[in-house]
Design a binder for this molecule. Sequence first.
Ligand SMILES: Cc1cc2nc3c(=O)[nH]c(=O)nc-3n(C[C@H](O)[C@H](O)[C@H](O)COP(=O)(O)O)c2cc1C
Length: 335
Amino acid sequence: MVDLSTTYLGLQLKNPVVASASPISKKLDGIRSLEDAGAGAVVMYSLFEEQIVQESLALDYFLSRGTDTYAEAITYFPDLQHYNVGPEEYLNLIQKAKQAVNIPIIASLNGVSTGGWIDYAKKMEQAGADALELNVYYIPTDFSLTGQEMEQSYIDLVKDVHAQIHIPLAIKLSPFFTALPNLCTRLVQAGTSGLVLFNRFIQPDLDIETLEVTPNLVLSSSNELRLPLRWVAILYGRIQADLALTTGVHTAQDVLKAMMAGASVTMMASALLINGVKHVGEVIDGVQSWMETFEYESIQQMKGSMSQRAVAEPSAFERANYMKALTSFDNRVRY
Ligand SMILES: Cc1cc2nc3c(=O)[nH]c(=O)nc-3n(C[C@H](O)[C@H](O)[C@H](O)COP(=O)(O)O)c2cc1C
């Protein structure tokens, strides 16, 4: 029997297949069904800063950097009322989930500015959450905002949220940073124990007939795994934080690749929305039988075995890979 167990944020997980934040965890039945399907842990859908603070000055500051007025920005948010229940219900759901299941429950706060709203981190801890994931989803459209200021705002937020809680904190990041390893190092110094790589930015589409910008959520595929895979492989063993890989995890092979790159856990959303919650069990079975076939004894044994530090050719994760990939296409050009 192979040992699928892993640790993430100091929590003992029976396997590394974690349900990423998604609408599945909005109902107690969804959380129960994730446990029944075998998930190692559940990250709950997010509670948004906008839900907690409708009229915060700090939020106003951030929002107005990207849009002309706060009022204009806020008109875009009412959908949230449909997406989520309110903050109190969120805390109730954490409490109920903790009574109903044995797997760890990771609460999720989603915001951009520091301020009173982050009290909810403490409330989530008091409600029983085993850990907290902080999702910072911010599009820096202000031409005067520098990268340094932007990074500092992330660090301040992590510091402030960390100061509120005793449970472990992870931060879910976007891939769009100039110097990710340096930022990650400073986020760890600020108090995060986990890096969730990456937030999948849902890019707006244009409706060319109605002339509207449409949210249009397209779910991921395994092709998107490579971006987080590369960065997990680069960071593994060089940073004092657990790495969670999210975006593009659909199959047992995807989970195995993530483990070999150095992730402690993988997080799935799209695959579960496409195939149903039972897909968790199929992926875990697939991981187990692959490990048996290839005679791996444990997840721990394979973890990081293909990280940048471990592979024979570390440059394969860098520019050399890009050049190799481009030249590999030369013979396939049709004139
Ligand atoms: C319908 C939907 C709702 C989501 N809601 C949240 C959320 O509330 N908070 C969050 O941090 N991520 C949310 N995500 C992002 C996922 O947790 C995940 O990080 C992302 O979809 C990439 O993983 P995937 O390729 O498995 O979908 C959501 C994704 C989808 C598709």
